[in-house]
Design a protein around this ligand. Structure first.
Ligand code: ADP
Length: 492
């Protein structure tokens, strides 16, 4: 009841004021909030829409400075510009004002200011508002989304290109720039042919026609980096709209390399298996014939060859099995206390009988016990020794040493052979990796010995690495932690 009365009083008051100040009647009916001040900046009229928007009645704010609406969120320069323009008798328009309602809540407006001039002088200033809080929030949200998508695309690990329908590059993310070695501004605007390998025959236009028909297309191409290096890529092209193509680019270098290594590996294993199998069959047939015909012929050398070839095959098969177990994560360790000196002495003695010209020189001393899988660790050391012998043809010895260092036992296997180039030294621990120099090509191998060794060492919490100089020889190191209670600090 009280409210209604107050509203009526306010309406009457406004009407009187409006008539007094000679403002048109339409102001009262306008859906947009309107505020009018005197030339001195005192509020002299607001319409009902303004009251609804702000929560203030005309009666309570009449004569006050509109500053009471300041939220503190409007940039100061905006007010400065408003007053400058109005004082000069010009209208002003801004999207940047954030006002505060009586209840303290804030809202953003699109405001139009203009002066009412009489006899060449400003007498009133009018402000018509339009609430754009929701619109502004939407714009902000869109800007945030755009930023988010930009980040998403830029940080994607695959390369992403945007092409127009003539195959001109209009967008490129970080990954594609890194892949090609170009800065974005160097490729944007270029035709995709600029990054394609000239020998990669099918012109892009033909594929574009196919893409227009199918909308999405997976192709393989060769790109060419800024430094000239070729990279095989897989392109996943998608028509976004009639003008834009999205192209996701995956670098296939590593995959192609692996495929090549895998094919070489399979070829080698097949070859390695065929030779002993042939020998086995021939010898077995021979034994059969001899047994039937002439008992005086000694069978011993034939049997020995059989045994030798069979063990060659079983080493290969064991390695393949180990590899498979590693790949499938099924290589449990059976750890037991092992004392380094006697452990290595045993290996050196056993290997000595089959190492041919090479003498295995064991040097070192270290007390302490390791908790390791004896058979697996033996495999690691044997592999390093076999390599040392294989890759130092013409030499007469390899060195096997061990020592204790900061809670670890460090083994080393040193040869004086062909050595390894610095850039190969990390790669040789990868699966199927074999160096491609003249001197290694002739030596048999599969490229998984060091991979298996590294995996076993890692499973023991140890480290494996190599130091080498081309032509001078290599030293492989294996560091394994001492058993608990064996390290210096714990004993003290
Ligand atoms: P494999 O010897 O059967 O090829 P490995 O995994 O044992 O496989 O070794 C990987 C590669 O590392 C070898 O092909 C060889 O190029 C290189 N390599 C390993 N040991 C030595 C060594 N002692 N000296 C020189 N090169 C070596």
């Amino acid at each position: 009841m009280v409210k209604k009365k107050r509203h009526q009083r306010n309406t009457d008051h406004r009407r009187r004021l409006r008539q007094e100040l000679a403002f048109p009647q339409v102001l009262d009916a306008m859906p947009d909030p309107v505020l009018i001040t005197t030339a001195e900046g005192r509020i002299c009229y607001v319409n009902p829409a303004w009251e609804r928007q702000t929560g203030y009645f005309l009666s309570e704010i009449r004569g006050k400075n509109p500053r009471l609406l300041n939220s503190g969120k409007t940039p100061a320069r905006v007010y400065a510009m408003v007053w400058e323009e109005l004082a000069a008798g010009r209208p002003f328009f801004t999207d940047e004002i954030v006002d505060r309602r009586k209840d303290g809540s804030k809202y953003q407006i699109r405001a139009t200011f203009f002066p009412i001039r009489r006899n060449g002088k400003n007498v009133f200033f009018v402000q018509i508002q339009h609430d754009i809080t929701r619109h502004a929030a939407r714009v902000r949200q869109m800007e945030e989304n755009a930023h988010l998508y930009r980040t998403l695309i830029d940080d994607a690990s695959d390369g992403i290109l945007l092409l127009d329908i003539e195959a001109r590059i209009v967008g490129a993310n970080k990954a594609i720039c890194a892949m090609l070695g170009y800065a974005p501004e160097e490729i944007i605007g270029q035709n995709i042919a600029a990054i394609g390998d000239p020998e990669d025959a099918t012109p892009y236009a033909i594929r574009t026609a196919e893409l227009l028909e199918k909308r999405s297309l997976l192709t393989e191409r060769i790109f060419r980096r800024k430094d000239g290096r070729k990279i095989p890529v897989e392109l996943h092209n998608k028509l976004i709209d009639a003008r834009l193509i999205q192209s996701i680019v995956r670098d296939m270098t590593r995959k192609k390399e692996l495929e090549k290594q895998r094919d070489a590996f399979i070829g080698m294993v097949a070859h390695e298996i065929r030779t002993p199998l042939l020998v086995l069959r021939n010898n077995a047939e021979l034994i059969n014939i001899v047994r039937n015909q002439d008992e005086s012929v000694p069978l011993k050398p034939l049997a020995e060859t059989l045994i030798e070839q069979v063990s060659r095959l079983s080493i290969l098969v064991d390695d393949l099995l180990n590899l498979n177990r590693l790949q499938t994560g099924e290589m449990p360790l059976t750890k037991e206390p092992v004392e380094p000196a006697s452990f290595l002495r045993q290996i050196a003695a056993d290997m000595g009988t089959i190492s041919g010209l090479h003498e295995i020189r064991l040097v070192g001393e270290a007390d302490g016990i390791m908790m390791v899988d004896r058979a697996r660790l033996r495999q690691v050391i044997e592999n390093l020794l076999t390599n040392a012998i294989k890759y130092s043809p013409g030499q007469d010895h390899v060195d096997l040493t061990f020592a204790r260092h900061d809670g670890e036992i460090v083994f080393s296997v040193r040869d004086y052979g062909i050595g390894i180039e610095p850039e190969e030294q990390k790669k040789i621990f990868r699966l199927f990796y074999r160096t491609e120099s003249e001197d290694t090509r002739l030596l048999p191998g599969y490229g998984f010995g060091l991979y298996i060794a590294a995996q076993i060492v890692q499973k023991h919490g140890g480290r494996i690495w190599v130091e080498s100089k081309k032509g001078k020889g290599s030293t492989f190191f294996v560091a394994l932690p001492l058993a608990k209670g064996e390290t210096g600090e714990e004993r003290a």
